[in-house]
Design a protein around this ligand. Sequence first.
Ligand SMILES: NC(=O)c1ccc[n+]([C@@H]2O[C@H](COP(=O)([O-])OP(=O)(O)OC[C@H]3O[C@@H](n4cnc5c(N)ncnc54)[C@H](OP(=O)(O)O)[C@@H]3O)[C@@H](O)[C@H]2O)c1
Length: 329
Amino acid sequence: MKAVIHERYGAAEALKIGAVDRPDIGDNEVLIRVYASSVTTADWRIRAAAFPGYAWLPGRVMFGLFRPRHKVTGMEFAGRVVARGQGVTRFKGGDAVFGLAPRGAHAEYLAIREDAAVAAKPGALGYDEAATVPFGALSALVFLRDYAKVGPGQKVLINGASGGVGVFAVQLAKHFGAEVTAVASTGNLDLLRDLGADHVIDYTREDFTKSGKHWDLVFDTVGKTRFATVKRVLTAQGIYLPIEFGLREIAQALITERGRVKVGVSGDSQDDLDYLAGLLAQGTLRPVIDARFPLEQTADAHRRVESRHKRGGVVIVVGDEASGQPVPQ
Ligand SMILES: NC(=O)c1ccc[n+]([C@@H]2O[C@H](COP(=O)([O-])OP(=O)(O)OC[C@H]3O[C@@H](n4cnc5c(N)ncnc54)[C@H](OP(=O)(O)O)[C@@H]3O)[C@@H](O)[C@H]2O)c1
């Protein structure tokens, strides 16, 4: 089968299109024909070994010390179940699904355990749309619900609100009842209003840390702030939640600013993906597509992601079924 392959860390040019064996499935796994995938910020970091700060060593240990552990790139996917192992009860052949694949998703087929982060794709969603959801939406959900415990009436500021995590953070914070201020550059402000933001700030014209306003939570999804300046705009019990963090933020969270600074890692739970699928089906959440690239141009998609100016998700089209309305069941 056709796949995007990386055998060494490096620039986007290090990615190759090649042929690899279609994966075998174990008793508790399903084989999925992938119609659409995406390139996430994590895919770029893994390809380039661009793990932020302290994460350089853990990143290399996790993803391969000297070369990438998994030959096939990518993690987000949407497609159809085409075969299942003997022990599989949750899915059957033909089911439309989406999820996060731990061993590569930029390929025509992938194998995944039925209890991993894979869920039924809401019928109204195209495969291309569904393929941009899991990484950003699971991150936004875990950070807002579990680390920040966002609830009704809270004033929440989301920095980097038009990115892969940000577009879902805006919508989920609204869903949890918060009053949301979303920060991005001029061209993205209408999108943020469309996603439900109560207030928008254009960071090219205004520094929110000098606004004189106060928030119960500042969630920085893009690594552009520091607690030293953000603390000026936090309420007395306010929390600073940087999704990108280094040793300084870890020390603040554990020692010097306990309770005021929180750090953490995202999740990949099936229950959470099911919950998000429900919100997508209701129309409470909607994906945002920045651009679509054919599988053969995955390197260009990586360059777009590396710019740090994508709006929502960057789709990789793997099959004809990827775009537009979903194929009838
Ligand atoms: N800790 C964890 O477990 C975890 C989990 C998931 C993700 N992450 C990390 O979280 C980060 C976010 O991922 P992502 O996919 O959401 O990023 P992304 O899509 O690359 O974010 C891009 C967005 O950030 C905005 N932006 C760029 N510069 C900005 C600035 N100076 N101020 C405010 N907004 C700015 C851009 O808007 P404009 O184009 O308008 O500038 C763009 O829409 C990544 O570094 C990822 O590695 C960590």
